[in-house]
Design a protein around this ligand. Sequence first.
Ligand code: ZN
Length: 299
Amino acid sequence: MEKIIIEARVNELATRRGNPNVPFLPSEIIADAKACYDEGASVFHYHGRKADGAPDHAPEFYLETNAGIRAQSDILLHPTLGYVANDADARERFAAVEAMMASADTAPDFAPMDCGSVNVDWWNPETGSYDTTDLIYKNSTATLMYFAERIDHYGLKPYLVSWNVSFTRQIEQFLKMGVLRGPAYVCFCMTDEIIFAGHPGTQAGLDAHTAFLPSDFQTVWTVVNYKGDLFQLSEQIIRQGGHISIGLGDYAYMDGARHMTNAEVIAKIVAQARSLGREPATVAETRDILQMQKPKIAT
Ligand code: ZN
């Protein structure tokens, strides 16, 4: 079977109340990148955070962190555009990536495009109601076309996030238009427990996603379970030929009563993939599977 691309998603907007091992600062993220790479991850996704955990989307954060990661390994970099923490116009949302493209030492390999819009309010299971009621993750078609143009300009790989079937359908239209080129790397963002914007992290939720992958275009798919335990579904994903994106950013993984580290989460999923006959893809193999170009540094 094809090798499996393992992506470490180390922090997102996760707090340390759930797991104290969530990295916030550049030095912490850099250390996790090396540790996850050593366990078999070939892609690394992170969000800029302040010491108190608040989002930090300043370009300087990404420049420092990318350079530190690059100095230690060739793991493929997939920084965020800010998720709901960077609710600016398309140009501003992409500004940190533009800054990263100034040098090979800081250039990422992927840039994300969440190909639709969705309500992303936080559910509170204790009160049985929403803690927020106006959080919209807004990605207009014009914004997405702008991102696609800039991503293509720099030779980066678009990381196409699909929260539900309507996102996948928009990806298909972009492929038809030539806004995106194959193979399309699609991440099914499933959601559980405290956010319900995606499909449930179940076999039925996954089947509903894969059923609508565009059949006329080459696609490669990976799966996230945001705020849910992806190990509940990982065996099926591995057997079905999917790839895995996992880490403490999504879920406060435990080993019994002990809080796991990101590297331990990666080691656990790599062991499971191997037991099912799929070796983790190296960086070079991941580039090959996704037909990635070398990023073009701005001059
Ligand atoms: Zn993210």
